[in-house]
Design a protein around this ligand. Structure first.
Ligand SMILES: [Zn+2]
Length: 336
């Protein structure tokens, strides 16, 4: 029977659940508002019933491998506990894996949402046919993930890939992590909105001020629309996003020399606005990136690209987790 996995993208605002076959075919995606005010039990109850719906529909003539869950937070992989998630307030030390496994009677694997996005891109996206990649997700915050030898790299205490908290501006803006000048403060959707509102308050852009006045949901997308329409201040904001990203990526490229670096998350839709200044920084700051520019062979070039899978990267990567777990169980002599 054809293997099937369920992928879950559990965010603070929305949750999405997908039934996905082992070749990446997306059978169905269903979504719902997370609505955290209901509390942990009710949110998990709805998530369980969404998963059950898909299992009932698609698992009758397929082999269910398990459920992979991507969450924007810090996870204790051994105990399957969500330690903390900045966009899911109040869910500290939640036993997510136990809750789902006992309700669903199927294996559940948790991972950080950016690690899942990286795994999705490695599987059927920008890094397919490669074993190693780095992913940056630019959303409300900035996340990161590494795939090394085909698998998510978790590090010694499971916290690898906190790329949003790399320092890009010494003594820069304060960050909730305790540091100053973190990438997240200059390249997230939150940062773009903040920089635009600062420009409005300083009277630097009548166009941004007009849009902010009319639009109660004034966000990074609205700033991007102003940049596309030619507003010089909005364009300068995205140039500064690209500069911050370029500084961070130059360090990552010099340190790791991976074949591909993928930029995803909602802000990556503004690729045209920020990537020119990002590439300028890479050429200026990274000896390893420059060495690749001189190579004729595509294989020796460092590729920095926007996401191939867009908003589904994390969902697909989450579904990939039980598939990888099954492969490693089959290969392990201990499993005989
Ligand atoms: Zn930080």
């Amino acid at each position: 029977m054809r293997p099937l996995a369920i992928g879950v993208d559990l965010g603070g605002t929305n949750m999405r659940v997908a039934a996905i076959e082992d070749d990446g075919t997306q059978l169905q995606i269903i979504r719902s508002a997370t609505n955290l005010a209901r509390g942990y039990e009710l949110v998990m109850g709805e998530l369980v019933s969404m998963i059950r719906d898909l299992v009932r529909t698609f698992a009758a003539n397929r082999r269910l491998l398990g459920i992979g869950v991507g969450i924007p937070g810090i996870i204790d992989l051994e105990s399957g506990t969500l330690k903390t998630a900045s966009n899911i307030p109040g869910w500290n030390d939640c036993p997510l894996r136990d809750t789902l496994e006992s309700a669903l009677q199927a294996p559940v694997i948790l991972d950080n949402d950016a690690n899942c996005a990286a795994l999705g891109e490695k599987w059927i996206g920008a890094g397919r046919n490669l074993n190693d990649l780095c992913m940056l997700t630019l959303g409300t915050g900035v996340g990161g993930g590494f795939i090394l030898n085909g698998k998510p790299w978790h590090g010694a205490i499971g916290m690898a890939g906190e790329l949003g908290h790399m320092s890009v501006v010494p003594e820069g803006r304060g960050c909730a992590c305790g540091n100053r000048g973190c990438l997240e403060q200059y390249a997230s959707a939150t940062a773009i909105r903040r920089m635009a509102l600062e420009a409005v308050a300083a009277g630097l852009s009548p166009q941004l001020a007009g849009v902010a006045d009319l639009n109660p949901h004034f966000d990074a997308r609205a700033v991007f629309d102003c940049a596309v329409a030619g507003d010089s201040r909005a364009r300068a904001i995205f140039e500064s996003v690209g500069t911050a990203l370029g500084v961070a990526l130059a360090n990552l490229i010099n340190a790791l020399n991976l074949p591909v670096y993928v930029v995803g998350g909602g802000v990556s839709n503004a690729w045209e606005a920020f990537s020119p200044s990002m590439f300028r920084q890479l050429s200026k700051r990274s000896i390893v990136f420059r060495a690749g520019e001189l190579q004729q062979s595509q294989k020796k070039t460092t590729i920095v690209t926007r996401t191939f899978l867009q908003e589904n990267a994390g969902l697909l990567g989450a579904a990939r987790l039980p598939m990888l777990a099954e492969q490693s169980t089959r290969r392990s002599p201990l499993a005989v």
